[in-house]
Design a protein around this ligand. Structure first.
Ligand code: PMP
Length: 399
């Protein structure tokens, strides 16, 4: 096998779930801020449609690009919300957003090519690039302190562009920081891509998890089809992570070419999930709104609790369901690395967090990620445990 495949990193979230499960089996009351999925089941009207699809024995292969009803529903969603001017033939349905990411990267990046990835980053982009023999070039987000959080370093992104660069990744709202990048920064990235003839891989899978104004989809910029590959999906918005449904929107010739890759990889997304996916987009949207309201309450609770932990710097995340506090001051005091600290919280208090260094390298050093897709009660209990442990560690240190 090619050594590069052997060297690919797994997704840390899944590794920590395994550790947590092992602890729980030994009777520890684990609270997990590890995994990135809503804690509620898929909404009833979506389940009902999946049942109907089964009753009708809608169980065969479908068109590779997705069933027409779903492509239309996706186009309608993007058009009504973002005036995107997307036609159903500019949509490709995939097996989760991750497959959309992989197809995009496999189609555009070959050996020796480069992709600019703002870091910290969701790891799937750089790992897919590596699998293709391409090189991720990481550009750290700028840390502006607790009050201002993170921003894209637009100048550094442009400086990172070389003659080998083919793509820039832009995740907005952002995993793992929960940041929503202001329109000027999105526009600036789009401008850089245009100037240098690059594609932007725009992942907006958290577009419904936005708690304050200020989010502007890349699809609202005219001419986006010239160089944007847009990724979204059902996993987060409709709490459908296990249904494996995502999609890519781009200019029609691009979709035509990606289709050839898709048919050779997965033939089509699951037929039943596609039918359910139509029901999800057609609504009612009230359950989504209720879920997002609940997540706003959780966001407020997690900020409040984390700000009570001594030494933590806690920016207010405006989107997704992640928070990325800076814990470097505590680590310095107690002499632990980011990973040691995360392991210590797990084994001493049964609280799962992720070290910033799994996203995927150095920019996350001194930060931890919490997914607050759990009840407010669990947030207060879990972060309370973190606070007690940090207070204890700091007191021991002072002695
Ligand atoms: N993009 C981002 C930014 C994500 O956080 C995730 C899931 N954690 C995905 C894509 C993958 O989504 P899916 O489960 O639909 O493949």
């Amino acid at each position: 096998m090619r050594p590069v495949i052997q060297g690919l990193r797994g997704e840390a979230g899944f590794a920590y779930i395994a550790k947590a499960r092992e602890l729980a089996s030994r009777g520890v009351k684990v609270i997990s801020f590890g995994v990135g999925q809503p804690d509620i089941p898929t909404f009833d009207h979506i389940i009902e449609e999946a049942k109907r699809a089964l009753d009708e024995r809608f169980t065969g292969y479908t068109e590779t690009v997705g069933i027409p009803e779903l492509r239309e529903a996706i186009a309608d969603y993007l058009n009504s919300r973002y005036q995107a001017e997307v036609g159903p033939d500019e949509v490709l349905v995939t097996t989760g957003a991750k497959t959309a990411i992989f197809l995009a990267i496999a189609a555009y990046l070959g050996p020796g090519d480069e992709v600019v990835v703002p870091e910290p980053s969701y790891p799937a982009y750089p790992e897919a690039a590596r699998a293709m023999g391409a090189r991720p070039v990481f550009v750290p987000l700028r840390w502006k302190g607790q009050e201002r959080g993170f921003e894209l370093d637009v100048e550094a992104i442009e400086e990172a562009v070389t003659s080998r660069t083919k793509m820039i990744v832009l995740t907005n709202p952002h995993n793992p920081t929960g940041e929503v990048f202001p329109p000027e920064q999105v526009e600036a990235v789009l401008e850089i891509a245009r100037r240098h003839n690059l594609v932007v891989l725009a992942d907006e899978i958290y577009d419904n998890f936005v708690y304050e104004g200020g989010f502007r989809s890349i699809l609202t910029y005219s001419g986006w089809k010239d160089n944007v590959l847009y990724v979204n999906g059902h996993s987060k918005t409709f709490s459908m992570t296990g249904w494996r449904l995502g999609y890519l929107a781009a200019a029609r010739p691009v979709i035509e070419r990606l289709k050839r890759l898709a048919v050779n990889v997965y033939s089509c997304a699951p037929s039943i999930s596609q039918r359910a996916g139509v029901a999800a987009l057609r609504g009612p949207w009230e359950p989504v709104r209720r879920m997002v309201e609940e997540f706003r309450r959780r966001r407020d609770a997690v900020v409040e609790e984390l700000r009570r932990v001594p030494g933590f710097e806690v920016p207010v995340p405006r989107g997704a369901f992640y928070i990325f506090p800076r814990v470097a001051k505590v680590l310095e005091e107690i002499g632990m690395s980011t990973e040691e600290f995360v392991d210590h919280l797990l084994y001493s208090r049964g609280v799962v967090t992720l070290p910033g260094t799994v996203f995927p390298e150095k920019a996350g050093e001194g930060f931890i990620r919490l997914s607050y897709a759990v009840s407010v009660e669990k947030i207060r209990e879990g972060v309370g445990r973190i606070r007690e442990e940090v207070e204890k560690l700091l007191a021991e240190r002072g002695r």
